[in-house]
Structure formats: C-alpha cells, structure tokens
Design a protein around this ligand. Structure first.
Ligand SMILES: NC(=O)c1ccc[n+]([C@@H]2O[C@H](COP(=O)([O-])OP(=O)(O)OC[C@H]3O[C@@H](n4cnc5c(N)ncnc54)[C@H](O)[C@@H]3O)[C@@H](O)[C@H]2O)c1
Ligand SMILES: [Zn+2]
Ligand SMILES: [Zn+2]
Length: 372
C-alpha cells in the first residue's frame, strides 16, 4: 500500500479570496479510488464561480476540474486502471450501475447527483489535508494540485500517445460545447445557429455547429476580441449586441426569416437565456442551455411558445457519457480531426494560478492550461 504523498496545491481557504500555494498531504486511495499525478489542468468559468462562493463552493477546498494525469496508485478492488495509465479526470462519472446509466439515454449519472457536490469522497471523508485541516474536493475531482484522489468513475483511461497538456481540455470545456451542438441540439446540415457567449464553451459550440455543417453560425459576444478565434472555428457572422441599435433577438429574427433554427446559451445569465429563447424560429427552433445560471433563478416561458414548436433543452457535458465517449474524442484529437490547440491561449505554472483566474475573469484568455 502506498503512503501519504506531500505535494504542492493551490488551496482556496475562503470564498472570494486568492488561492494560496500550500504543501498538502494526499492520502492513498481507498477501495474504488485512484491517486493521480496531475500533469495539466485547464481553468473553467465554473471554477471561478465556485471559488467566488457564488455557487456550490466548499471551503477550504481545492478547485479545478479540467485535468489530465497519470495513475500513481490504485485502491483495493480497482481492476480497470493501473499505475502508469494516462487518464482524464472528469467531474461527470459514468458508473454504469445507477438508473440513469443503465437506461443509457441521458448522461447525468446519479453518482454525480449524490456525491458530486458534497466535496467529499463517497465514504464521506476527504483524502487531502493541509495544516491539519481536511480539504474539500471540487465535483469529485480537484486538479489544482500535483496529486489528487478520485473515484474510478471520475477517471477515464485514454490513449497514452495523446499529449496530456492539451487533452485536459477534453475534461470539460471542449466536449461541453462541441457535444452541445452535436448531441444535445443535433444541428442539421444547412441550418442556422446562434451562439451566445464565446468563452471556451461557446467557441467549442461554434466548432460543433461547423462540424454538423450548419450554413450560418452567428457568434455573439459583448467582447469583440473573441471574434477572430470564433471565425477560425467556423463562425460565419460575428455580432456584438452592444453595437446594435436593436435587441439581439430582434436582429436575429429580422436577418434570419423569423429566427434561427438553433440557439445556444453559453454565458449563464438569465438575460442571455431569454435572448436565446426569443431568437429561435417558431415551429422547430431549439434553444440549448449550456451556461450554468444561478440556482435560485427560474425561466419564465409563455406555454404557447412551446405549443407552437419552440423548445428548450439543457446540455450537461455536451451530452457525452464520459467512459464511453471521451476516449473516442481523444483519438479524434490524436488523428488531427479535433482542434484543441486553438483554445489554449496561455500556459502557466501552478504558482501563477491567480493570474490565470484574472485573465479568464477579464475575458483576456480562452483557456489557460496550468502545467503541474
Ligand atoms: N453545461 C455544462 O455542462 C457546463 C460545463 C462547464 C461550464 N459550463 C458553463 O458554461 C458557461 C461558460 O463557461 P466559459 O468557461 O466558456 O466562460 P467564459 O467566461 O470564458 O465565457 C463567457 C463569455 O460570455 C460573454 N458574455 C458575457 N455576457 C454576455 C452577454 N450579455 N451577451 C453575450 N456574451 C456575453 C463573455 O464576454 C465571455 O466571452 C459558464 O456559465 C460555465 O459555468 C457549463
Ligand atoms: Zn468546466
Ligand atoms: Zn451512473
């Protein structure tokens, strides 16, 4: 049995405060768990929202959920993974045992619903301590640390040829948007799409709409700096709502014969959710909700809007089932069929993580990859 590992991690002691680089102790994995040497991690807006204390954050905690690494040791009974395996650390498990996994239709594994937001392992304890205190995990992952312990269900074995400092983006951002277009919306060839918000999630959505051969992809953001990369990934039109003399939904209805076929909300604000729903065509328009809105807010929809054929669907991790689908996306990347490089605008060390947070908050990066 392996011992406690002492390593560096970025600890969030209190909501809204800067992360502090600390020495932490990482216990060996228990039954059904693995300890992973984290190689790289992205920083997603969901980390920032939680670190700020606005949603579901637990303190003291270690955040980060877009990670890749190499298995260091495995707990008792673990047979599907072994030391040396290359893995992605994913917040969404696919346990293959719960009612949702067995039904095989959706991807919201009940393991996530039950344990994902507790900040603890399934047995109700933590594997990481710092200065004598137990540290909470984030969505069963925690990747802002050199070593982490996760359930086998939160670990996906991948092709060892894939560079881990790039594939970490397949642990959240890229599949979330790409699959939002491909799986959740099932964008039709020749259709018109509007994507609200051009962070990594919205840009991956643009890439997904392009892969599905949409004829028009309107990329929308209040920060025009995002347009260049949106065009590179397939946007046909770029619109800054601040520069219009009418509401964005009216603009889309006016220019796309009553509205677009598909709209995607990739910001997480009630304002943009309403705009995205308002922008779709009556009859068959589909509005896909990807951004995570505050949990105390509700959507107001006039029922007749649905009766005349508009619909709203949610998308979680792009509708992908992590164990089944993510290795395939990694292979697509290795084969040069999936662009991850365009999303990586910055690379940093763990010491500079607070700068990486500021860059994302200020809209100055798409993804910063932290190399551990
Ligand atoms: N559904 C899922 O499974 C899932 C997974 C990961 C992240 N998310 C969520 O997706 C959202 C986007 O994440 P991200 O990392 O790309 O964030 P990001 O901050 O990088 O991108 C958000 C973009 O929205 C733009 N924006 C802000 N207000 C706007 C407005 N009024 N109109 C148009 N654009 C506006 C910003 O300028 C920015 O470019 C977040 O809410 C995040 O929590 C969802
Ligand atoms: Zn994320
Ligand atoms: Zn399950």
């Amino acid at each position: 049995m392996s011992n406690i590992i002492k390593c560096r991690a970025a600890v969030s002691w209190k909501a809204g405060e800067k992360l502090i680089i600390e020495e932490v102790e990482v216990s060996p994995p228990k039954s059904g768990e693995v300890r992973v040497k984290v190689v790289a991690t992205g920083l997603c807006f969901s980390d920032i929202a939680s670190i700020s204390g606005k949603v579901r954050g637990k303190f003291p905690g270690i955040y980060g959920h877009e990670g890749s690494g190499i298995i260091e040791s495995v707990g008792e009974d673990v047979t599907n993974l072994q030391p040396g395996d290359h893995v992605l650390i994913v917040f969404l498990p696919q346990c293959r045992k719960c009612r949702v996994c067995v039904a095989g239709v959706g991807n919201a594994c009940l393991d996530f619903m039950k344990y994902g937001l507790t900040g603890l392992m399934k047995d109700g304890t933590s594997r990481i301590t710092c200065r004598g205190q137990e540290i909470y995990n984030f969505m069963g992952t925690s990747t802002f640390t050199e070593y982490t312990v996760v359930s086998v269900n939160n670990c996906v074995k991948i092709n060892p040829q894939a560079p881990l400092e790039k594939t970490c983006l397949l642990s959240c951002g890229v599949p979330t948007g790409y699959g939002g277009a491909i799986n959740s919306a099932k964008v039709r060839e020749g259709s018109t799409c509007a994507v609200f918000g051009l962070g990594a999630i919205g840009l991956a959505t643009v890439m997904g709409c392009h892969a599905m051969k949409a004829s028009k992809i309107v990329a929308i953001d209040i920060n025009s700096d995002k347009f260049e990369i949106a065009k590179k990934l397939g946007a046909t039109d770029c619109v800054n709502p601040k520069e219009l003399d009418m509401p964005i939904a009216d603009y889309l209805k006016k220019n796309f014969q009553g509205g677009v076929d598909f709209s995607f909300e990739c910001v997480g604000l009630m304002e943009t959710i309403n705009q995205a729903f308002d922008s779709i065509i009556i009859g068959h328009g589909v509005c896909v909700l990807i951004g995570i809105a505050p949990s105390d807010k509700t959507i107001n929809i006039v029922p007749v809007q649905l009766q005349v054929g508009k619909s709203v669907v949610g998308s979680f991790y792009g509708g992908y089932k992590t164990q089944d689908d993510i290795p395939r996306l990694v292979d697509q990347f290795v084969d040069g069929k999936l662009d991850l490089e365009s999303f990586i605008t910055h690379q940093m060390r763990l010491e500079d993580i607070n700068d990486a947070i500021d860059l994302l908050k200020d809209g100055k990066c798409i993804r910063t990859v932290i190399n551990l």
